[in-house]
Ligand binder design. Structure first.
Ligand code: GAP
Length: 477
């Protein structure tokens, strides 16, 4: 499946490996002209859900920050994976991923335990079958220098957008008119020097995130809009690996999901992914085990997608980060992160909803990919499709192309993402549009010159309607 999707993806300008002319570097991807439109639509969908739907503020901060930030956040000390190096060919691997391939969960386990598991299972280098040295901690941040000469400082590319949002907390608190809760969303690039990434768009070294930080009163993690998600039934794997099937409401009542706000955000994320076009039956919730949870979190849940190509993929992580991050930045910078509210002084807690963009992007491709007897197409939801409509002339003579240009101008002026295509048979042009998931095609023909009507073809049903040009914009809307 992945091969067929990536074949269309490379040929049709969706996404392809970066630096191809220099033999490529794994962990980087280019979004082509079609992929950039789809990615933008995914980001806009998140904006609709969180900036409009939840009233979050959007911020944009630098991707590069001085070392102090990452010392305070704990990333310099603890943002590491266990790596093993082959004694023979010197290829490096993430130790827990090697174990995962033979069905052993080892993420977050101590080095000695992982070493023992590797030995017990007789795991050798996938490249040359050589033995491994002992696993050791490998920090995933890209280090660089900021400035020159006396002012030179060590800096790091951010491994998450979250920290830069926290740094501006005092300004956001004032902007929120000193009230809690409020949320801040940041959409942008993050960087991790992942150990030998081999999973295409799923594990990248430069990737896109949309992370929302909800600043909350520690005594109030309620969810006033819980009713909107309470009835959603979902498969849940809890921290002790129990697999349960229940509604979000029941999970909260039975204490499976402890914090109502977290439960609400999980339900909301399921909705967001369905809105993107992901198959609801392939979405599930998973709570992190105690030994796997990140150092900053007291409770973390993921929404996962069951991919045909990659197995279970984490798409968003939702975590109760407590007062850890603001507390750390207060300690290290000296800036007071406490707020005064109703006679109490405290550091707000952060509930984080951390979406990746690239993984959902791939899962949208996988969920929407269709192969019929005579065609391959993506059945993207309209709000995700790269273009709404293509405009075609049936013939290249007798004034039909000119009329086509006129129709194209109207559609473009109405603000639709559209393109015009005069070349090749109409069947081939429909096939090209289907392959990139364009929901509608308009064809201008001889009849148009007589009665000002055009054919509108629906991508999924292939059904064709005859629509008057005067009513076309309303029809498309
Ligand atoms: N601020 C919290 C945080 O970064 P995370 O679970 O490490 O949490 C959040 O990352 C999301 O970012 C993941 O659910 C995933 O979608 C995406 N992500 C993380 N690492 C990635 C990588 N190497 N390549 C692509 N996406 C990644």
């Amino acid at each position: 499946m992945q091969d067929r999707i990536m074949d269309v993806s490379k040929r049709r300008g969706i996404a392809y490996p970066s630096f191809e002319i220099y033999r490529g570097v794994s962990g980087f991807v280019d979004y082509g002209p079609i992929g950039s439109r789809i990615k933008q639509n995914i980001e806009d969908l998140l904006r609709r859900h969180y900036v409009i739907g939840e009233g979050c503020f959007e911020v944009q901060c630098p991707t590069l920050s001085p070392e102090e930030v990452w010392v305070a956040s704990g990333h310099v000390d603890s943002f590491a994976d266990l790596m093993v190096e082959c004694n023979r060919c010197h290829e490096c691997y993430r130790a827990d991923k090697l174990l995962e391939e033979v069905g052993v969960e080892a993420e977050g386990k101590p080095a000695e335990e992982v070493d023992a598991l590797l030995k017990e299972r007789g795991i050798t280098c996938p490249e040359c079958k050589g033995g491994f040295g002992e696993p050791y901690e490998y920090n995933l941040m890209f280090q660089t220098t900021i400035g020159t000469g006396k002012g030179k400082r060590t800096g790091y590319l951010r491994p998450e957008t979250a920290q830069s949002t926290y740094l501006g907390f005092r300004r956001l608190w004032e902007y929120a008119r000193r009230k809690l809760p409020f949320g801040a969303i940041q959409i942008g690039h993050s960087f991790r020097n992942e150990i030998s990434p081999r999973q295409g768009m799923i594990r990248l070294r430069e990737f896109n995130q949309a992370e929302i930080q909800f600043f909350m009163d520690p005594d109030d993690k309620s969810a006033p809009r819980f009713g909107e998600v309470a009835d959603r039934k979902v498969r849940i794997t809890d921290k002790d690996d129990n697999v349960l099937e229940m509604t979000i409401g029941e999970a909260c009542e039975r204490g499976v999901i402890r914090i109502p706000f977290l439960a609400y955000q999980l339900g909301k994320a399921l909705r967001v992914f369905e809105d993107m076009g992901l198959d609801p039956k392939r979405l599930q919730l998973r709570q992190h085990r105690e030994d796997e949870r990140a150092f900053y979190s007291s409770d973390t849940w993921d929404v996962e997608f069951a991919s045909d190509s990659f197995g279970r993929i984490e798409l968003v992580g939702i975590a109760d980060r407590t007062d850890y991050d603001l507390g750390q930045h207060m300690k290290h910078s000296g800036e007071d992160m406490k707020v005064s509210l109703e006679g109490r002084k405290f550091i707000p807690h952060v509930m984080e909803v951390a979406y990746g963009i690239d993984r959902p992007f791939y899962c949208v491709l996988e969920s929407c990919f269709r192969e019929d007897d005579d065609r391959t197409y993506f059945s993207f939801p309209k709000k995700i499709a790269p273009y709404t409509v293509g405009v075609y002339s049936l013939v290249k003579k007798d004034g039909v192309p000119e009329k086509t240009e006129e129709v194209f101008g109207k559609v473009r002026e109405a603000g639709f993402f559209t393109f015009i295509d005069h070349s090749g048979s109409i069947g081939k042009r429909y096939a090209r549009a289907d392959e990139i998931g364009v929901p509608y095609c308009i064809t201008v023909d001889y009849e148009t010159l007589e009665d000002d009507s055009v054919t509108v073809r629906d991508r999924d049903s292939k059904k064709q309607d005859r629509v008057l040009i005067g009513e076309l914009i309303e029809y498309l809307r």
